[in-house]
Design a protein around this ligand. Structure first.
Ligand code: NAD
Length: 400
């Protein structure tokens, strides 16, 4: 079927391995073999991935797993599949839905998320481990994973600097009204007043992060030299006093109170039951008029239509980020084009802040390590475990 799919011109890559793996040493008496199926949902990298082997998160370059598996001596065959690397992920006929039923390990990236719903979890009778090559595992129904004793691990920290840099860039391009200025130049126009009327300095502004974990804290660190009026954070977990002091950040415990003090709000918390739709029409009313909002956390934390309305009305002066409530975002998604009343304020890009080439190397190495630990029966790095056997191990996905 895979050959037929290729001939059909589907964006499908199937790598079939016969796994001749020794069992973990603790359970091994005489040499024996077992097969397991690993299903990886990666994005189609096209010509770019063929030209650039460091684009590891693509179906073409397969997170570097192919060479890893070959180096272990696994044999490529067309039966008893060990690894499937697939692109299509939506709908009942998708490769994802077909192959999840007997996969033991699922590898996904947040950039091209394979949405593992409770319904799919219930069909995935053999599934034991989900590996997120990156950070953010909300595309997996985590409560269903708990109920079905499926472990969920991610490569914590792998792209947090990449995202923090993108956040700082996004804040600057909104506050300084950069995108309309550049578009003006490309059009061949030159009207400084049209741009300068809505351009400001970041110095002297109040910037606050919702979530002060690895990314949120790195954003605060990077903002410190800009001499903002104040750096604030909202998080149910308080920063250690020394860490807060190092960036001179003040915690605000009430969310409405927090947003009402900020000129810039940046969202850096995971998506879970407590954060879905957190930035909605009601909360936006409490923002300072003309505030800027940057969301590189997850699209669904911000209400799509409420944000669009707030930008259109000028309640927000700008919205920027790289995450969308559905990915890939539909062509007519309002966030692609919505502008403030002066025709600017949109800094949206596709989901790539955490997938720089530097980040891809780190999360590919990390995903391979998690797979290797699993295969060899070794202990996993505790900071990577989101869901352990039947329970949340992280404290970042809501207070439970
Ligand atoms: P982290 O676990 O280090 O920090 C998350 C912080 O959010 C924690 O301090 C937690 O207490 C806090 N939090 C959770 N719920 C909250 C709530 N309701 N209100 C306020 N704070 C809350 O995670 P991280 O490495 O900083 O990553 C954060 C998120 O960023 C990820 O879960 C992911 O969704 C997103 N992310 C996006 C990209 C990208 O490419 N755009 C890349 C990496 C991560």
């Amino acid at each position: 079927p895979w050959a037929a799919a290729l001939m059909d011109g589907c964006f499908l890559r199937l790598l079939d391995y016969l796994a001749l793996l020794p069992l973990p040493s603790s359970t091994q008496s005489t040499p024996t073999t077992f097969t397991m199926k690993v299903l990886a949902i990666l994005y189609e990298g096209g010509e770019a991935a063929r030209q650039e082997p460091r684009l590891l998160g693509t179906v073409q370059n397969k997170l570097g797993l192919e060479s890893y598996l070959k180096s272990l001596g696994h044999e490529l065959v067309d039966a008893d599949t060990f690894v499937y690397l697939l692109h299509s992920k939506e709908g009942a006929d998708s490769d994802f839905q077909k192959h999840i039923v007997d996969a033991e390990v699922l590898i996904t990236t947040p950039f091209h998320p394979g949405y593992l719903t409770r319904e799919l979890v219930e069909k995935a009778k053999n599934l034991k481990l989900c590996i997120t090559a990156g950070v953010g595992s909300d595309h997996i129904d985590l409560n269903a994973a708990v109920d079905h004793r499926i472990q969920v691990l991610e490569v914590s920290g792998s792209n947090v600097v990449s995202v923090a840099e993108h956040v700082v860039m996004s804040i600057l391009l909104l506050v300084r009204n950069y995108n309309p200025a550049h578009e003006m130049i490309e059009r061949g126009d030159w009207q400084v007043s049209e741009i300068a009327r809505n351009a400001f300095d970041l110095e002297g502004k109040v910037v606050g992060t919702i979530g002060a974990g690895r990314i949120g804290y790195r954003v605060l660190q990077r903002l410190k030299p800009f001499d903002c009026k104040e750096l604030l954070y909202y998080d149910y977990a308080s920063l250690p006093p020394a860490a807060a002091e190092a960036v001179n950040a003040r915690r605000v415990e009430d969310l409405k109170d927090f947003v009402s003090q900020c000129d810039v709000v940046t969202v850096n918390c995971p998506l879970h039951e407590g954060t879905r739709g957190l930035v909605n029409a009601e909360l936006l009313k409490h923002f300072k008029k003309g505030a800027w909002l940057v969301n590189t956390a997850r699209g669904a934390i911000c209400d799509k239509d409420a944000v669009a309305e707030a930008l259109k009305s000028g309640q927000l002066n700008g919205y920027s980020g790289d995450v969308w409530n559905v990915q890939p975002a539909p062509k007519d998604h309002v966030w692609r084009t919505v502008k403030n009343p002066l025709g600017g304020g949109n800094g949206m890009v596709p989901h790539y802040s955490g997938t720089t080439l530097d980040a891809q190397k780190r999360y590919a190495d990390g995903a391979r390590k998690i797979l290797q630990n699993y295969i060899e029966g070794k202990e996993q790095d505790a900071q990577n475990i989101i869901i352990g056997l039947g329970k949340y191990e992280t404290t970042a996905y809501g207070q439970r």
